[in-house]
Design a protein around this ligand. Structure first.
Ligand code: 1HE
Length: 266
């Protein structure tokens, strides 16, 4: 198994990156600050996801210590002007878009606090695995601010606008089971099992045809946002492109020649 330290590929201390075969494990590494996202960490995430190292086919995103992420580093914005606040939010948007529209699937492992910008970060990932101790909140309401990392677009897609409004207006905290039931996580596992499950899923996605992963990451959310008649056209184009790829042809032939995997009951 190939395992390299991020130092070889260049990143600040608050972001640890190791390569495990075809999966890059990207870890928020400010446990003393509960992985609060300061500018340097947001930049580092943006740089990593803008240019995922060659050979990486999936990313596992996690947080060091007892929590996934405490959201925005509040110490950095207390003196912000309106203009600085605007640019700050747009800077977060760039990073979150690089994650959502990354070249490869991103699996986030959620444990402990997944709050504010931490939930925005989780929402920009493609698959979320939650451990049973995870909890979700949007304390922006109680802090006198608003989400600024794309959360108002992505979080309602997961849990609906009404639930998000409730979390922001009342400070409601969802536990892992509630978060799972309302669509934050696709997988719910026991305490300490998140990384193993996340790695298993990341490896599964890494084994897909690259064009299928590309279509799911780039075409699916855009089709979902499009008017149906445009969605059907984008789907037809994407479908024809994916089918035309050599990898798809080989996989289809393998199934017909009894060499490909069958779908099994869950
Ligand atoms: C922080 C941050 C932070 C912790 N910015 N420093 N996010 C929030 O409003 C969540 C604020 N954090 C918390 O509610 C709690 O820290 C936790 C529930 C996440 C964890 O509690 P706990 O008891 O494990 O840790 P702690 O003792 O509260 O915090 C440990 C240290 O981390 C402490 O610093 P220290 O120097 O006193 O040791 C905390 O001050 C520090 N810390 N969270 C800065 N967020 C793009 S817009 C996004 C908008 C938002 O994300 S708003 C939500 C912000």
């Amino acid at each position: 198994m190939l395992k390299r330290e991020r130092a070889e590929i260049g990143a600040p201390q608050s972001l640890a990156v190791t390569l495990e075969g075809e999966v890059a494990v990207v870890t928020l590494a400010r446990p003393n600050k509960r992985n609060a996202l300061d500018d340097s960490l947001i930049h580092a995430l943006g740089e990593f996801f803008e240019d995922v190292p060659a050979g990486v086919k999936a990313v596992l995103l996690a947080g060091q210590g007892d929590h996934f992420c405490a959201g925005l580093d509040l110490s950095e914005v207390t003196e912000c002007s309106v203009t600085e606040g605007m640019f700050h939010s747009r800077m977060w948007h760039r990073t979150m878009e690089r994650i959502e529209f990354c070249a490869v699937p991103v699996v986030a492992v959620l444990h402990g606090a997944v709050v504010g910008g931490g939930l925005e970060l989780a929402a920009a990932s493609h698959i979320r695995v939650a451990e049973e101790g995870a909890f979700y909140a949007l304390p922006e309401g109680t802090r006198g601010i608003f989400v600024g990392g794309g959360g108002s677009v992505r979080i309602p897609r997961l849990i609906g606008t009404a639930r998000m409004a409730d979390m922001m207006l009342t400070g409601r905290v969802l536990d892992a089971a509630e978060g799972h039931a309302c669509g934050i996580s696709q997988y719910l596992v026991g305490a300490g099992q998140g990384m193993a499950k996340g790695m298993e899923l990341a490896r599964k996605t890494a084994a897909n045809a690259p064009m299928t992963n590309y279509a799911v990451i780039h075409a699916l959310p855009r089709i979902a946002d499009a008017a149906p008649e445009q969605g059907y056209m984008i789907e037809a184009l994407m479908s024809a492109i994916a089918q035309g790829d050599d990898v798809a042809k080989q996989r289809l032939r393998a199934f017909l020649e009894k060499r490909g995997p069958k779908v099994r009951r869950a």
